[in-house]
Structures are given as C-alpha cells and as structure tokens.
Design a binder for this molecule. Structure first.
Ligand code: PA5
Length: 447
C-alpha cells in the first residue's frame, strides 16, 4: 500500500532547508510534549493514539446502528457544527457520487446537514423538504449546549415525532455526546435514544475518527474500517520515533512555521479535485481554531482549482506576498473520460482530442504551481494516490499530528478555543438569556 507524501522543494526559494531543519529540535520537543502529555492542553490528547485504539466492538456497534438507520430512513440529517459535522461532510462529499442524491434508485440515504448555521430560510426549506420523507436524525454535540444544533434539533425532533410518533422517532434518533455531562446526554437518557460517546479528551475538531464522524460516514455507505486503517498507518509513520526527514507531519509543521517566521502569514489549501472542497473546510477549522490565538497564527484559507483560478487566482498570483500554498494533489482519478474530436473544431480544442480530462487538469496543476512559485508563492505539495477512505484516513491523521506539533512550535495551546466564546456571550446577552443580565445591560448601552 502506498502512502500520502509531502514535497517541500518548491518552498526552498523562500526558506532554506537549514531554516526548516533549524526547527527540528522544537519539533522533537513538541513531539515529546504530545507523547508524554506534558504540554498545554494535555487533557485533550485523546486523538493522538485514537486510530490504533478503536476496537472491533466499537466499529461493529457503529456499523450495526448505521445499518438499522439505513434500513429505516431515506434521509439522514446530521445535526452539528464545527468539528461535529465538518469531518463527516468532507468524507461524504469526497467519496460519494456527486449526483447520487438526485437518483431515485440510489443505494444510500441522502445525508443532509443542520445546526451548522442559524439560517431561518435554510431550516424552513429543510423542514419543507423532509415533509413526507422517512428521515432520521443524528444529533452530535460534545457540549450538548451549542445553540445552533440545539435549535435545529428542537425543530426537527418535533417534526419527526409528529410524523412517526414518539416511539417511531426514538428508533430514528441517535445522540453522539459526552458520556455523562451536558444537556444532550440528559435528553438522550431521558428519551431513551441510542447514544455514542465522544471521549472527554478528544476536542471537536479532532473528533472525526470517533462516532462523531464514523457513524454518519457509515450511514453514507462508506467503509469506515478503511478510513480507520489509513489513520492507523499514518499514526505509525508520523510517530515520535520517526525522524523529521521521514516524518511528513513533522516536516509539514516545521515548513509552515519557517514560512510564517519569514512573513508568510496566510496558508491557502488548494485542490484540483472539486470533491475535496470540504476537506479544505475541515482543515480550516483544525488549524484556524488550534493556532489562531494570542494574536499569532497563520490565517487559513482554501480554494478549489481550477474554479478559483478564475476568481482568487489574480490575488494569489499578484496580490500581497504574504501567502504560501499547500496543494492536495490526487495522483489518480476514479474514472476515465476522454475529450472527443469535433469536426468543426470551432473551439480550437482538437489539440486535446483523445486526451483524458485528468491530463488537462494535471497540466493546469503543474502550470499553476510554476506560475505561483514564479509569483513568489511558496508551494507545499501533498500527494494522495487516490481519493479513497484509506487515504482520507491518512490525510486526517497527518494533518492532526502536524497541527499539534505546529501549535506547540508556534507557542500556543493548540487544543483550546477560548476566542469562540466571545460571540456567544454577546449573543446570549442580546437575547436576554437568564444569567446574562449584567452583560445584557452593558452590551445594550453600546448599541
Ligand atoms: O473544535 C471545537 O471543539 C469546536 O469548534 C466544536 O467542534 C464546535 O463548537 C461544536 O461544539 P459541540 O460539539 O460541543 O456542539
């Protein structure tokens, strides 16, 4: 089995190998902090050896529940925000046929999402779509108190109970939450829902390989054992005993820190495979929430190429030179499609006739890399042999490990997210939530 790989050759015009390897001691120290659990945020290191500790019993329980929901439901709504849905959406979009949900004879339930916004129109349209459909709900919230999913669940639970009765709803609702604390745990125990536990020591953005991700991914008909196997293999090849020259998580973490120290403050994750769009969204949460604190940290952006070459491409080529690019490059597409000859050749494309679409895409990728490097945008390349559950599992763990290391090298606690609370406090004060009386008065005087 091949592995995903990393190529940093095209950053070397901006930072030298010496500058990158000057960080090796810090990387090793950070690795020790992770392994020994002696760094900041050490109560959230459950993800570190999570892949290799998932048991057959846990996988079988997830698959059993997934199959029973698949048998009952044509639509599953995954309710969650941030780490409680992004990993699922990344895998489901990458590995499902893009048009499957439009087919009447599809094999898998349609997976929809709610609780990741407070859009009234979105929620209204969702409830309208669900009318008359056999649907189920997976309510995912570690804290159980997050406003967005709580509102969505309240609405959808009511709709489901009205449609199939309280008993029927109970068979179609699963809660994924804390083992003992929180509002969702209390509700699930009270109502008798099937539950799965998010371990205490795994933060939301590191939770895709817990039931948070594995349950809905299994419902979508994707092989979660392959996903986990990929992550297990990466856990081994990025371990503390693997030197930086051979350890892609360590090398990526060191390279991005060296670039940051050289004024490259923005990292753009690019793909040339549109089905990887949500991998970029998942990655932004992982790194953005882990590193953006104490007025430090690389700003994470993501783009889909070649689509965004026709929008952000101009900025990337000629805008402020504070960016670097990390490209996820897929070696082999799943399917083959050849460009046909056209007798009239009015579009002048006959020079491409007989070539595969992917050959054109690959040349676009190469041409873009060279253009951006010429434009002083250093380029890191992550190659994945193909878009499969195994390699996405590898990619998840590769990024998670790199994120832990990179955050420690930067000098922040990569495992908390204190800044996320600020908007919530203001929102609760503005909505007169009980207990927020003082904040309410203070905030209203500022309006
Ligand atoms: O990374 C995190 O912990 C957060 O972004 C959470 O994923 C997000 O806020 C959702 O939290 P919860 O699962 O508690 O509803």
């Amino acid at each position: 089995m091949k592995n995903i790989s990393l190529n940093i050759d095209k950053v070397l015009g901006t930072v030298s190998k010496e500058q990158i390897y000057a960080l090796e001691t810090q990387i090793n120290e950070s690795n020790t902090l992770l392994e020994d659990g002696t760094g900041e945020g050490n109560d959230f290191l459950g993800w570190l050896h999570l892949p290799s500790s998932i048991t057959e019993e846990q996988l079988a329980d997830i698959e059993y529940t997934a199959n029973s929901l698949r048998a009952k439901c044509e639509v599953i709504v995954v309710i969650g925000i941030g780490g409680s849905y992004l990993g699922t959406k990344a895998v489901v979009e990458a590995l499902s046929n893009s048009f499957d949900w439009l087919q009447a004879d599809r094999k898998n339930p349609v997976i929809l999402y709610a609780g990741h916004n407070i859009g009234e129109d979105y929620l209204y349209e969702l409830t309208e779509y669900l009318k008359g459909k056999q649907f189920g709900l997976i309510n995912i919230s570690k804290s159980g108190t997050t406003t967005e999913p709580a509102i969505a669940f309240r609405l959808l639970k009511k709709q489901l109970e009205e449609s199939v009765g309280k008993e029927g709803a109970k068979q179609r609702i699963v809660a994924v939450t804390d083992a003992s604390k929180g509002a969702l745990r209390k509700l699930a125990d009270q109502e008798g829902y099937k539950t799965f536990i998010i371990p205490d020591n795994v933060g939301g953005r590191f939770s895709v390989l817990t039931p948070v991700g594995l349950l809905p991914i299994a419902i979508a008909g994707i092989n979660i054992r392959d996903l986990v196997a990929g992550a297990v293999s990466m856990e081994k090849t990025t371990g503390i005993d693997v030197p930086m020259s051979k350890n892609i998580s360590a090398l990526y973490a060191a390279t991005r820190n060296a670039l940051y120290q050289n004024g490259k403050k923005i990292e753009i994750l690019a793909n040339f495979h549109p089905k990887l769009h949500y991998i970029g969204e998942w990655w932004k949460q992982l790194f953005g929430e882990s590193e953006g604190k104490e007025h430090k940290g690389i700003f994470n952006a993501s783009v889909d190429f070649t689509t965004d070459l026709h929008s952000m491409g101009q900025w990337i080529q000629e805008g402020e030179r504070t960016i670097f690019e990390t490209v996820i490059s897929v070696e082999k597409p799943d399917h083959s499609l050849v460009i046909p000859t056209d007798e009239a050749n009015l579009d002048g494309l006959n020079f491409l006739a007989g070539k595969r679409v992917d050959e054109v895409n690959k040349m676009a990728e190469l041409g873009t890399q060279l253009a951006h490097v010429d434009g002083e945008v250093p380029n890191i390349k992550i190659s994945i042999p193909e878009v499969s559950a195994y390699y996405i599992g590898q990619l998840f763990y590769f990024f998670e490990r790199a994120c832990g290391l990179s955050g420690y090298v930067l000098g922040v606690n990569p495992f908390n997210q204190p800044g996320v609370e600020a908007y919530k406090k203001n929102m609760f004060a503005l909505l007169n939530k009980p207990g927020y009386e003082k904040e309410s008065q203070a905030i209203k005087s500022r309006l």
